[in-house]
Design a protein around this ligand. Structure first.
Ligand code: DAH
Length: 337
C-alpha cells in the first residue's frame, strides 16, 4: 500500500490542468466517491493493525494534497472567459450607473460662472507648510487669529499642516510673480472640528483672487453680486457685513437672503432671514509686498466660500454629513438627464 500511495503522490504532483475540464476530470479520477483515493480507503480495512497508524497518516496526507492541487489550479480559471462568452469591447454601454456628486455639480457650476468672467482655475497642495497657510497670510506665530481654524498638524519643525483653507493657493499664485492674477481655487480643506449636521473635519472651499491695477471694493461687490444672481437667481438679496480676516483690509462677510424660507425666518437662517455664504475683502498691501508685488501700483480683492454651505442652500439639505456618507438613495436624487 505504501508504494501505491507514493506512486499516486508522484503522479498528482506533476499534474498541470490546461483547461477547466481537465481539472474536473482529475477531481473525479482521484477524489470522487469512486475515485482512486476512495479505493485506497477501502483497501485500508485490510491493512495489518501495526501498519494502520502510518498508512492512515499517509492516506490522509495524500487526500489533502490532491485537494490542495485542485484548489491551487482552480485559480487559473477564475475570471477568465472562454471563447464563447467573450465580450465585445466596442459595444456601446447600456446605461452608466453612478451619478455626479452634488458637491461636484455645485463646484462645476461655480467654476463656470467665474470662468466666464475670466478667472482661471488654480490649485495647490492639501498638505501644506505653515508659511502658505498662515504666516504669508499675516497670521503671525502665536497670534490668536490662528484659533479661528483648528488645525491638523502633520509635522512640527518644519511645520507641515493639512491646509485649513484654500487661501494658501492665493500665496502660491502670487509667488509665481505673473500679473495680473485672476484665479479661482477649488479644493478640499481640513479642520479639527467635531462632526455634526453643520460642521465636518473635511470640507470644500472655492477661493478667488483678483490682482490688477485699480481693483477696488466696488469691483469685488459687483463680481460677487453677479455670482449670486447667476447661481441663486435674480430675486436673491445680498448684504455685506464688516468682518476681520488677517489677509484682507477692508474685510467683509457676505450674506444672501435665506433660500430655504425665502427670508421669512427658519432654523437654517436662525430666524434672521439671512445666511452667510462667504468671506471677502481687499488684499492687505502687506501681503502683496511680501510676495514681491508693488502694492502702490497693484491692488486686489479675494474671497472664499464653502461649497457644502452653498450646496445645502441650493438643494435645501439640512445635514452636511449626507455629503460624505455615500448613501445611494441620497446620491440618486442628483441624477442628471
Ligand atoms: N479663508 C477664510 C476662511 O476659511 C475665508 C476667506 C475670507 C477667504 C476672506 C478669503 C477672504 O479669500 O478674502 O475662513
Amino acid at each position: 500500500m505504501r508504494d501505491k500511495i507514493q506512486k499516486i503522490l508522484s503522479d498528482i504532483e506533476v499534474f498541470n490542468a490546461e483547461t477547466k475540464d481537465s481539472l474536473e476530470k482529475f477531481r473525479i479520477e482521484y477524489l470522487s466517491k469512486k475515485g482512486v483515493i476512495a479505493g485506497l480507503f477501502n483497501d485500508f480495512k485490510q491493512v495489518a493493525p501495526e501498519m494502520r497508524k502510518e498508512m492512515g497518516i499517509m492516506l490522509n496526507d495524500l487526500k489533502t494534497r490532491a485537494q490542495n492541487i485542485i484548489d491551487e489550479q482552480q485559480k487559473k480559471f477564475e475570471n477568465t472567459q472562454t471563447a464563447t462568452e467573450s465580450v465585445d469591447m466596442t459595444m456601446p454601454v447600456e446605461s452608466v450607473s453612478g451619478t455626479i456628486h452634488p458637491l461636484t455639480i455645485v463646484r462645476n457650476e461655480i467654476n463656470t460662472i467665474f470662468e466666464r468672467l475670466g478667472f482661471v482655475i488654480s490649485e495647490g497642495p492639501e498638505i501644506e507648510d505653515d508659511f502658505h497657510v498662515f504666516s504669508a497670510l499675516n497670521f503671525p506665530p502665536d497670534h490668536p487669529a490662528r484659533d479661528m481654524q483648528d488645525t491638523f498638524f502633520v509635522t512640527k519643525a518644519p511645520d507641515v499642516v493639512l491646509r485649513t483653507h484654500t487661501s494658501s493657493v492665493q500665496v502660491r499664485a502670487m509667488e509665481k510673480g505673473k500679473l495680473p492674477i485672476r484665479i479661482i481655487a477649488p479644493g478640499r480643506v481640513f479642520r479639527n472640528e467635531a462632526i455634526s449636521a453643520r460642521a465636518h473635519c473635511i470640507f470644500h472651499q472655492i477661493e478667488g483672487l483678483y490682482i490688477d491695477e485699480n481693483v477696488s471694493f466696488a469691483d469685488l461687490k459687483q463680481t460677487l453680486y453677479h455670482f449670486v444672481k447667476e447661481f441663486f437667481g435674480e430675486d436673491t438679496k445680498v448684504r455685506f457685513r464688516p468682518s476681520y480676516f488677517p489677509f484682507t483690509e477692508t474685510s467683509a462677510e457676505m450674506d444672501i437672503s435665506c433660500k430655504i424660507c425665502g427670508g421669512k425666518g427658519c432654523n437654517v437662517c436662525k430666524h434672521t432671514g439671512w445666511v452667510e455664504i462667504l468671506g471677502c475683502g481687499i488684499c492687505d498691501p502687506n501681503i502683496l509686498k511680501s510676495s514681491g508685488i508693488d502694492s502702490e501700483k497693484y491692488t486686489g480683492f479675494a474671497f472664499g466660500m464653502g461649497i457644502e454651505r452653498i450646496a445645502m442652500l441650493k438643494y435645501q439639505i439640512n445635514d452636511l454629513r449626507l455629503f460624505f456618507e455615500n448613501d445611494i438613495r441620497f446620491l440618486k436624487q442628483f441624477e442628471q438627464a
